[in-house]
Design a protein around this ligand. Structure first.
Ligand code: GLN
Length: 207
C-alpha cells in the first residue's frame, strides 16, 4: 500500500501560522512555511492564517507574493482562517484593501463588534456530505461573510451569521480552529487536498 502525505504550505508573513503548522503536522502533512513566491513550488495546498489583513496584504505585496498566490489559488486547495478568509475574499464591506479575490464572497471585518475582542461560541459546522456538528468557535476580531456568490457553499454558521464557506477547493473560516485541539476542519481540508490533483507528492511505502 502507498500512503501519500501532502505537502502543505502555511503562509508565514505574520499571525497564527505556527499553530496551523502544528495541527497539520499532527495529521500527517509535510508542512512548509511560505514567505517567498519560490516557496510555493511543489506545494499541494496552502493555509493562510489569521492575523491582520491590511498588514498581511502589504507584506504579500512587498514580498512579491500577491500574483503568485492568486495563481496558486486557481488550481490548488487553500484554507484561510480569519484574516486568511478576508484575504481570500473578493471584497470587504468596508471598502478597498489588497485582497486575493479568490472566493466570490463579501466579508465584513471585525464584524462581531470592535470592543468584543475575542470570544468563544458554538459554531454549527456542516461539512459537505457529513452530518451537522457543533465546533468550538474561537473568534478574535473576526469577520463574518455578508454575501456569497453562486458556487459558494456555507459550511459554518454562528447564530444566524455565515462564518465558514467553501468554493471548490477553497475554504475559509472566520474563527480559529488552529487554536483549539479540535482538528476536524484541518482533517476535512486534508481530505480535499487528497482528492485534488497533486503537483508534488511525498510517497511512503508501507508494508
Ligand atoms: N480583524 C482582523 C482583520 O481585519 C482579523 C483578525 C484575525 O485574523 N484574528 O484583518
Amino acid at each position: 500500500m502507498v500512503v501519500t502525505s501532502p505537502t502543505v504550505g502555511v503562509l508565514a508573513l505574520q499571525g497564527a501560522f505556527r499553530e496551523h503548522g502544528r495541527m497539520l503536522s499532527g495529521l500527517g502533512a509535510e508542512v512548509r512555511e511560505v514567505r517567498l513566491a519560490a516557496q510555493l513550488q511543489g506545494l499541494d495546498a496552502l493555509v493562510i492564517p489569521g492575523g491582520e489583513s491590511t498588514t498581511m496584504g502589504k507584506l504579500m505585496k512587498s514580498n512579491g507574493l500577491t500574483e503568485p498566490l492568486r495563481r496558486f489559488a486557481v488550481d490548488h486547495p487553500v484554507l484561510g482562517s480569519c484574516a486568511g478568509l478576508i484575504m481570500l475574499s473578493r471584497r470587504t464591506a468596508e471598502g478597498s484593501q489588497p485582497l486575493l479575490g479568490a472566493m466570490d464572497i463579501t466579508v465584513r471585518r471585525n464584524a462581531f463588534g470592535r470592543q468584543l475582542h475575542s470570544f468563544e461560541g458554538p459554531v454549527q459546522l456542516r461539512l459537505p456530505g457529513r452530518p451537522a456538528v457543533t465546533f468550538p468557535g474561537v473568534f478574535i476580531r473576526s469577520p463574518w461573510v455578508e454575501q456569497t456568490g453562486p458556487g459558494v457553499e456555507t459550511i459554518a454558521t454562528y447564530e444566524d451569521r455565515i462564518v465558514g464557506v467553501r468554493q471548490g477547493n477553497l475554504m475559509g473560516v472566520a474563527f480559529h480552529p488552529e487554536l483549539t485541539d479540535d482538528n476536524r476542519i484541518h482533517r476535512y481540508f486534508l481530505e480535499l487536498v487528497a482528492e485534488a490533483p497533486r503537483s508534488n507528492t511525498v510517497e511512503t511505502e508501507v508494508a
